[in-house]
Design a protein around this ligand. Sequence first.
Ligand SMILES: CC(C)(COP(=O)(O)OP(=O)(O)OC[C@H]1O[C@@H](n2cnc3c(N)ncnc32)[C@H](O)[C@@H]1OP(=O)(O)O)[C@@H](O)C(=O)NCCC(=O)NCCS
Length: 156
Amino acid sequence: MAIRRRPSDSAVEATHLVLPPDTNTHGTAFGGRILQWMDIAAGIAANRHCGGPVVTAAVDDLHFARPIRMGDVVIVRASVNHTGHSSMEVGVRVEREEANTRHREHCLSGYFIFVAVDDNRNPATVPPVTPATADEKRRFKNAIRRRERRLAQRSA
Ligand SMILES: CC(C)(COP(=O)(O)OP(=O)(O)OC[C@H]1O[C@@H](n2cnc3c(N)ncnc32)[C@H](O)[C@@H]1OP(=O)(O)O)[C@@H](O)C(=O)NCCC(=O)NCCS
């Protein structure tokens, strides 16, 4: 019997401290650094899910809702929302935490599409993800709509 792979089996939570090299000239976190942390967390989740090498194929629109400041703790959570034949949609949520109070705020979320590749860097089949919790099922359902939209955009 095939092993069921739930989103929680491959989920990633990474914690970073925003240091001076991570900031821009306004003293807030450099957007590219946050994207890097998101891409890494999402890539680890995708790799854990399929058990092989993956590449980033696409990133959906990202909007920075709140600034992240130097000295903030940044929590990046990533989990596989949905799987296609060779692609995986990984949802990533970023929160800032004030170091002293531990007060947390949501700063941005995004969807990263990873594709599993073989030794020749051609797309490789991935095992299906099986959502288990109510949140995972909601994310799975919403990811199907986004996949259809992306496929329509690509073929247009
Ligand atoms: C990603 C890549 C392997 C896809 O190869 P391809 O020959 O275009 O593959 P296909 O058209 O057969 O698509 C394969 C899967 O990727 C998905 N995909 C490819 N490009 C996509 C995009 N821009 N957005 C969303 N999904 C995409 C397809 O929907 C398909 O999904 P499915 O198998 O689950 O149905 C190839 O484009 C590539 O190597 N790109 C460069 C990746 C890279 O260098 N990333 C940065 C560093 S990791």
